[in-house]
Design a protein around this ligand. Structure first.
Ligand code: ADP
Ligand code: MG
Length: 647
């Protein structure tokens, strides 16, 4: 922030990429596709697009650089704008899901892989870009995997049609180069000698049973013995865990020796402004401790990080095509992830990484994580592919997802009315509209059904809340109090209307922060929900949808929800009086999660609509409402018949 232009230029010149720039630019000029492998910190992401632009190699077009995570796209674009001494949003810009900071003058554009994929729907040839850099290719997000195919086809099509050529650069720190090389017609691979500062790695001597506890102990041991300007970066798995550890640190800090502490959380669901606080320097003499999920694992540079504390775990979603249950499991990360995390300590100075697991444990881990496309639901990806004019059965993917999973997603799209058939699918008018929303097809169907039920106002709010993380804040030490306060929002219809009540009350509250505190609600998550609602509303306006309210007629809201979520029904086993045990349409036994509003409802409702199925020791339904048995026949007659036949 306080660095002068000269400082920034001097720092640039020290980077390995800068030192070999001439050779690199020659290769970029010569090849239409190339793979660039360089150690983290060598300057790939910040320098290569700048070097290309300085030589005007992009011609009349723009350089796109994709990032798997929004916080990376934003902070990197800001860094590059500072290095080029220009305003962000002019020559250098960024585009992420809720924010487009670019202008017609933008020549270097950092954007999330998801955003580029959306642009491909409007223009599958991506004509405005002359150079596309797919960065952090090793992360293998679904969007990046699909983009590999999109850019490969666009490059060929543009050549065939004699349009402006497309140059493709794949960049990564570590990756399985052979597979990529084969996929991109044996293109050249360029290796950059890296310059990261050395990072000393320590492993635990013994296995740790409780990694949260081990993390807190390590933080305070280091805190007592290291200078205040050494900041810490601690890897944890999710928001709730981060909040618990944050609370514990603040409690212990009151009594601990050492300098004052500033704790900053960093996770995907945090509003962007809050995420960026991680990049602000604390007051002099204060230590910053960042508690992050794996969004801080790759791409980003957070200055002053001297110590990384790696719990060695990640939260990973996997999905069972059969039962439709998602499994959100905390599991051991890959070796590649371990190196990336440690590398965060050596970006601007030499550093230290403490792994809270043994060296033997590390060596036993898989080298890379399973690509996301092999373990997640594919309905939204398939919809995007079809919208971009691709044929799902012949589209070139590096790793082919399981056929069952593809088939299940096409069946769902057909039942939602988004495609006309499953064999050679074409988008319907409805499907075309659905593809313009950056949310799961089930939910875009709900939004598009809302005008018919007069409840778009309510449904927008509801989906916005469902898109953010938990809005209830239940601190462990005030559990009972929090549950008591929650009662005033409870609806006898279930969780959806309860959430709607919370959101409406939040919007009306004049002093939101204070109000959230009194009501045990999460202010950050509700603020995020407001942002999402704005974004969705803007798309509804573009589609000329009428935003009206059903008032208190909440049945309308639930029926409308069922229009998209009809595959998420569960019936009481053995009919009413079956004791609250349920079975889903796929035949899986499922129970109401104890946090559900209907958990204690007696008699237990005969039919439920759930938002998510989560498999832990048993399969739980999350965010659930009671519905009338005949509604399913009204909103999705074909599906209802098929269900009845199966049951
Ligand atoms: P790579 O993509 O090869 O991992 P980057 O281009 O992201 O490397 O960053 C190269 C180096 O530039 C970093 O190691 C760091 O020294 C410096 N740098 C990048 N971004 C920032 C930033 N926001 N603040 C301070 N230094 C930065
Ligand atoms: Mg990078």
């Amino acid at each position: 922030v306080n660095e002068t232009v000269q400082d920034l230029q001097e720092a640039r010149r020290q980077l390995p990429v800068y030192m070999v720039r001439n050779r690199l630019l020659e290769e970029i000029k010569k090849n239409e596709t190339m793979i660039l492998i360089g150690e983290t910190g060598s300057g790939k992401t910040t320098q290569i697009p700048q070097l290309i632009h300085e030589q005007r190699l992009e011609g009349a077009g723009t350089i796109a650089v994709t990032q798997p995570r929004r916080v990376a796209a934003i902070t990197i674009a800001m860094r590059v704008a500072a290095e080029m001494n220009t305003e962000i949003g002019s020559i250098v810009g960024y585009s992420v899901r809720f924010e487009d900071v670019t202008s017609p003058r933008t020549k270097v554009k950092y954007l999330t892989d998801g955003m580029l994929l959306r642009e491909a729907i409007i223009d599958p040839l991506l004509k405005k870009y002359s150079i596309i850099v797919l960065d952090e290719a090793h992360e293998r997000t679904v969007s990046t995997d699909v983009l590999f195919g999109i850019v490969k086809l666009a490059q060929k099509d543009r050549a065939d049609k004699k349009l402006n050529p497309l140059k493709i650069i794949i960049m990564s720190a570590t990756m399985d180069v052979d597979t990529f090389r084969k996929y991109f017609h044996n293109c050249p691979v360029i290796y950059l000698e890296g310059r990261t500062f050395p990072v000393t790695i320590y492993h635990s001597k013994m296995k740790q049973d409780d990694y949260q506890y081990a993390a807190v102990c390590t933080i305070f041991q280091l805190h007592a013995t290291t200078p205040a300007n050494h900041d810490f970066l601690v890897f944890l798995t999710g928001q709730e865990e981060i909040e618990t550890v944050m609370y514990n640190i603040k409690q212990i800090a009151k009594e601990a020796a050492g300098p004052p502490i500033r704790v900053c959380p960093l996770y995907a669901g945090l509003p962007a402004a809050k995420q960026l606080q991680v990049w602000r320097d604390p007051p002099p003499g204060t230590r910053k401790i960042i508690l992050a999920t794996n969004i801080a694992e790759a791409s980003v540079t957070i200055p002053r990080i001297k110590c990384v504390i790696d719990t060695g775990v990640v939260k990973e979603r996997t999905w069972s095509g059969g039962t439709g249950a998602e499994r959100l499991a905390v599991r051991a990360g890959s070796q590649a992830a371990g190196w990336q995390r440690a590398g965060r300590a050596g970006r601007t100075q030499p550093g230290v990484a403490y792994r809270l697991f043994t060296a033997d444990d590390f060596r036993s881990r898989p080298l890379h994580q399973t690509p996301e496309i092999l373990r997640c639901p594919l309905a939204s990806t398939m919809l995007l592919l079809i919208a971009a004019g691709a044929e799902p059965s012949t589209f070139p993917l590096i790793d082919t997802p399981p056929p069952d999973s593809v088939k299940a997603s096409l069946t769902l799209l057909k039942e939602l009315g988004a495609i006309d058939n499953e064999v050679n699918p074409k988008l319907t008018v409805l499907g075309k509209k659905m593809s313009t929303f950056p949310i799961e097809p089930k939910y875009s169907k709900v939004l598009l059904s809302a005008p018919e039920y007069n409840c778009l106002d309510e449904v927008l709010s509801l989906i916005a809340v469902l898109s953010s993380e938990n809005v209830f804040h239940t601190p462990m030490h005030k559990r009972e109090e929090a549950i008591k306060v929650k009662q005033k929002f409870l609806s006898p219809l279930g969780d959806h209307i309860t959430l709607l009540n919370v959101f409406k009350a939040f919007c009306k509250a004049p002093l939101k922060k204070q109000w959230c505190k009194e009501n045990y609600l999460n202010h950050k998550n509700l603020t995020y929900a407001c942002e999402v609602r704005q974004q969705l509303l803007a798309i509804c306006h573009k589609l000329n949808l009428t935003v009206s309210s059903c008032g208190q007629a909440y049945d309308q809201v639930l029926k409308c929800l069922l229009c998209g979520l009809f595959t998420n029904c569960a019936w009481q086993r053995g009919g009413a009086g079956g004791g609250g045990r349920y079975v889903t349409a796929a035949g899986a036994a499922a129970a109401l999660h104890p946090a559900c509003a209907l958990h204690a409802a007696r008699p237990a409702p005969p039919v439920l609509l759930y938002t998510e199925l989560l498999a832990t020791s048993r399969t739980y339904m999350l965010t659930v409402s009671a519905i009338q048995p005949h509604w399913l026949h009204q909103v999705a007659p074909d599906y209802a018949r098929r269900c009845r036949a199966n049951r």
